[in-house]
Design a protein around this ligand. Structure first.
Ligand code: PMP
Length: 393
């Protein structure tokens, strides 16, 4: 398909970045010029912006079965994660100073945890099994009387493993501990329901549902108290000052509306593509292995390792063939370290380095999948012939 003007590119890295749906761009356009108001202004143009903001907040609340006043708009998932963890820790430190995360959280959560440990908090990391799942028992073992918050991603952004969020939430409720989840990889693919998920804080991003970058939200359950991190004019009920990004908020809302309407058909198509990828690669390429959970995985995610070759050489060879895939999280791609997620599932460094992440999305076609599947066995073979690490037997 023609994507980003690169009409020869087969783009299979939707987890790193998604194009903005053209319907979203159309919805946003009036809010840059014709409807440019600031909701803080008391005049007519300001009133119109207030109405738009109010409707958008309601729509995002509906998207996750929450209430309007439980939505705080932010600049994206990184900021939402910061507000959730740091904001909660600072506000509730009189109740305790212990936080639990998993070993495979997004880099933003790990780095926030690092900062908190330098500021008087202790953070325990729950291990995962070989498929990247956390277990309730392992979380429970780490809870102590100082535990105030648990943060576990809804689904992993690299290997796509879906976590037992409802059960973790039940445990948190029982123990009177707040529960946060970064839902970015699951958005638009799994039903996020604040009535049943027992979550207190939920991170959302706009780009992950084909909205613009630079806008996101944090769900804050009624009664949960946070310290704001950005101080100013007191917008967003004092939790996030700064003039609201109305075009971005309109875009995120339109993106959520499209998801609500189209997700069931779309997800069926993603599952078909994902299963074609998994079946064909494991059949056609000897010594290839699936990373992540065989069943509880995101509909768009296929993640493999190939004995004897480096994921990075594979990525670059595929790039030469006009195929864009990834070796892991775009947010950690500048480091030479192997993925912390793959290492946490028990892989050796060389196995983690031999991995490739393929994620499809709204504009992927069956032809893209076929093209990729026709090209990859030859590329793997060629690299293995050149690799001193690869032995056929
Ligand atoms: N959390 C997860 C799970 C992510 O995958 C990402 C990157 N898309 C982020 C947080 C950070 O998102 P952003 O760059 O929009 O702040």
């Amino acid at each position: 398909m023609q994507l980003c003007g690169f009409n020869m590119t087969v783009y299979l890295d939707y987890q790193s970045s998604k194009p903005v749906d053209p319907r979203v761009i159309t919805a946003m356009k009036p809010y840059f010029y014709d409807k440019f108001g600031n909701p803080s202004s008391l005049h007519q143009v300001g009133d119109e912006a207030t109405k738009v903001l109010d409707n958008a907040r309601q729509a995002i609340a509906n998207f996750i079965a929450a209430e309007k006043n439980e939505i705080v708009f932010t600049s994206g998932a990184t900021e939402s994660n910061n507000l959730a963890l740091i904001g909660f820790a600072l506000r509730n430190k009189n109740k305790g100073n212990h936080i639990i995360i998993s070993e495979i959280e997004h880099i933003s959560i790990h780095n926030i945890a690092k900062l908190l440990t330098k500021n008087g908090f202790t953070v325990s990391k729950v291990p995962v099994d070989q498929f990247g799942k956390v277990s309730i028992e392992k979380i429970e073992e780490r809870i102590n009387d100082k535990t105030i918050l648990i943060s576990i991603g809804y689904a992993n952004n690299e290997i796509g493993t879906i976590q037992p969020i409802g059960e973790i939430g039940e445990l948190c409720r029982k123990k009177n501990i707040a529960f946060h989840s970064d839902a970015v990889p699951a958005e638009g693919l799994l039903r996020l329901d604040m009535n049943t998920d027992n979550l207190d804080l939920l991170t959302l991003s706009s780009n992950d549902i084909y909205g613009p970058k630079g806008i996101g939200a944090l769900y804050v359950r009624k009664g949960i108290k946070l310290n704001p991190l950005i101080i100013g004019g007191g917008q967003e009920r004092g939790l996030r000052s700064g003039s609201e990004n109305i075009p971005g908020i309109v875009g995120m809302t339109k993106a959520a509306e499209i998801v609500e309407r189209e997700t069931s058909e779309e997800v069926k198509r993603f599952i078909r593509y994902r299963d074609m990828l998994i079946k064909s690669i494991l059949e056609k390429i000897p010594k290839s292995h699936l990373n992540g959970h065989p069943i509880d995985r995101l509909p768009t995610n296929a993640h493999f390792r190939f004995d004897g070759i480096e994921g990075e050489s594979l990525l670059l060879s595929l790039k030469d063939e006009g195929i864009d895939v990834s070796t892991g999280s775009a947010c950690s791609s500048k480091t030479l370290e192997p993925s912390h997620t793959l290492i946490a599932t028990g892989l050796l460094h060389e196995e983690a380095h031999g991995s490739l992440q393929i994620t499809c999305g709204r504009f992927t076609t069956e032809k893209d999948i076929d093209t990729f599947l026709n090209i990859i066995p030859g590329v793997v073979n060629k690299l293995r012939r050149l690799s001193p690490l690869y032995k056929e037997e």
